[in-house]
Design a protein around this ligand. Structure first.
Ligand code: ADE
Ligand code: ZN
Length: 327
């Protein structure tokens, strides 16, 4: 079949990539050495061998440890630039990058260092790789709403350098309702709003992300399928779901790709597209997600390939006129 090759070569948008999750073990060791940070693993192979996850939390523990090597503006630039070079190879023409300031401010790294380093990489991606790129600041949901407000406050001097906010980290036990007031404030500031929901958490978290946080997209959302009324609403309102198949397998949301519910999401008429989530940890970038998922699921053919690529642009936060040129 020619489909894998078409998937690889087609222009596409990536809307769900945690930039800290693109930090490859080789770069973790290089930055550790550059910054004099001690790691709990003796070498790249030992670190990579620890990437065996049983659920979201088991991943998050090692993901936050990996980010501990990021201290200087240049480190954030180098991390994002490495992602953009891979994105260009995958024919990504639009990328919306999540970043977690609280992971860094907790280690004494100033928010400005984080945002300026990432922003410089976005600018260079545009000028050298012709990738349109923007940043989305994520609040860590295992922390308090008060801490989210403090994070927003610290980021406001850089308001023009990010386009929206998201909600990530441990989902179970941290419902969207916890962040109602800070999301309302972000809406007043004209920021785009997204949230992780229905990855490990129940369909009710998807509903409250929409009703309480008023998000425009749901990150993951795969558990929505357990609730037919919710699915009907997502289809009717054309709420995008940023689906991450390899992530879902590595975090044991589905036993393997042949059991992923992407075909059912598309059959229900949902605006779903594929994304890599944390590619350095989950064994693949965007084209790996596309090719492996379409190979594992015989129900997915050319029609669905066109649909997910088109959905990636429809769901992106670019001005309508520029979107039209891609679709
Ligand atoms: N942070 C990085 N990746 C994440 C994911 N898949 N879910 C929640 N928080 C995350
Ligand atoms: Zn994610």
């Amino acid at each position: 079949s020619k489909l894998p090759d078409l998937l690889r070569k087609a222009p596409k948008a990536e809307l769900h990539i945690h930039i800290e999750g693109s930090l490859e073990p080789e770069l973790i060791f290089k930055l550790a050495q550059r910054n004099g940070v001690a790691l709990a693993y003796p070498n790249v192979e030992a670190l990579r061998a620890a990437y065996a996850f049983t659920d979201l939390q088991s991943f998050l523990d090692i993901y936050y440890a990996g980010a501990s090597v990021l201290l200087k503006e240049e480190d954030f630039f180098d991390m994002a630039w490495a992602y953009f070079e891979r994105a260009a190879a995958d024919n990504i023409v639009r990328a919306e990058l999540f970043f977690d300031p609280q992971t860094h401010t907790a280690r004494g790294v100033d928010t400005g260092i984080v945002i300026r380093g990432l922003h410089r990489a976005c600018q260079r991606a545009q000028s050298e790789l012709r990738i349109s790129a923007d940043l989305i600041l994520c609040f860590l949901r295992h922390l308090s709403e008060e801490e989210a407000f403090a994070t927003l406050e610290a980021a406001l001097p850089y308001r023009e350098l990010f386009i929206g906010v998201g909600l990530d980290s441990s989902e179970q036990g941290h419902p969207p309702e916890k962040f109602e007031r800070v999301f309302a404030k972000c809406a007043e500031l004209g920021l785009h709003l997204v949230a992780h929901a229905g990855e490990e958490g129940p369909p009710d978290y998807v509903r409250s992300a929409l009703d309480v946080l008023k998000v425009e997209r749901i990150d993951h959302g795969v558990r929505s399928l357990e609730d037919p009324a919710l699915v009907a609403r997502l289809a009717r309102e054309r709420i995008p779901l940023t689906v991450c198949p390899l992530s879902n397998i590595k975090l044991c949301v589905f036993p393997d790709l042949s059991h992923h519910n992407l075909p059912k999401l598309l059959d229900a008429g949902l605006c779903a597209m594929l994304n890599s989530d944390d590619p350095a940890y989950f064994g693949g970038y965007l084209n790996d997600n596309l090719v492996q998922t379409f190979e594992a699921l015989p129900q997915l053919g050319a029609r669905q390939a066109y649909q997910v690529l088109r959905n990636s642009f429809e769901a992106s936060f670019v001005p309508a006129e520029r979107k039209q040129a891609w679709i």
